[in-house]
Design a protein around this ligand. Structure first.
Ligand SMILES: Cc1cc2nc3c(=O)[nH]c(=O)nc-3n(C[C@H](O)[C@H](O)[C@H](O)COP(=O)(O)O)c2cc1C
Length: 204
């Protein structure tokens, strides 16, 4: 399946068949996530693969009881590991200097690139880290279509109790949930804005 077809055919799936997701297909999805781009190649995405029915049901309870969450055979809890920003910053910048994106002066902007980061500075990376996780999730969503699987982005959830349930450390920031399974529905394409409505301005 080409990328355009996958983009056209993807839908948010909110009804799943009970059939399990074969392990090799699950690995294909995680591989699609692994290959996503990320700022300074930090790759902050981490996934908790939940197959346990009881745990899925508890996550569902913390997600305004959206029923399809426990119905899907696999529920991915998609996290940003902000601790990835605490290390390797200098190395990442060096990579960009090496390919000629920046000159050496860039190191003046990151005088502490070799120092461990304090918790407050790390927290500042959360929006950036979450953006990276969202990109990896879109890779999963599109790859899933090409494998006959369905997914849905789910952000209506309470991250704190879910993190407690899964015993996640503080540096793991839950970005969204993503149920995965064989679709038991074929929703029509949902409405979208026109192209002219999304181009705010053309600067020539
Ligand atoms: C960041 C994000 C959060 C979302 N959260 C939820 C959610 O909590 N529950 C849900 O049923 N759908 C959720 N959706 C799915 C959207 O409702 C859906 O993408 C949109 O209505 C367009 O439909 P389509 O995905 O089928 O094209 C979310 C989508 C995104 C991108």
């Amino acid at each position: 399946m080409d990328v355009k077809t996958a983009i056209l055919e993807r839908r948010s799936i909110r009804k799943y068949k009970p059939d399990p997701v074969p392990e090799e297909l699950l690995q294909e999805l995680l591989e699609a996530a692994r290959l996503a781009p990320s700022g300074t190649n930090h790759q902050p995405w981490r996934f908790i693969v939940v197959k346990n029915q009881e745990i899925k049901e508890q996550i569902q309870e913390h997600s305004f009881n959206q029923r399809f969450l426990s119905e899907a055979p696999v529920l991915l809890v998609c996290c940003a590991d902000i601790s990835t920003y605490a290390k390797n910053t200098r190395k990442r910048i060096e990579e960009l200097v090496a390919v000629g994106v920046f000159d050496e002066e860039i190191f003046n902007r990151y005088p502490n690139a070799n120092q461990p980061m304090d918790a407050a500075t790390l927290k500042g990376y959360i929006p950036h880290a979450m953006l990276n996780v969202a990109i990896a999730m879109e890779n999963i969503a599109l790859r899933a279509v090409s494998l006959g699987l369905g997914t849905c982005f789910v952000q209506l959830m309470r991250a704190k109790p879910i993190a407690q349930l899964l015993e996640l450390p503080e540096h793991m920031i839950i970005t969204a949930l993503m149920p995965v399974g064989y679709p038991d529905q074929h929703p029509v394409q949902r409405p979208r804005l026109k192209q002219e409505d999304i181009v705010y301005k053309v600067v020539e």
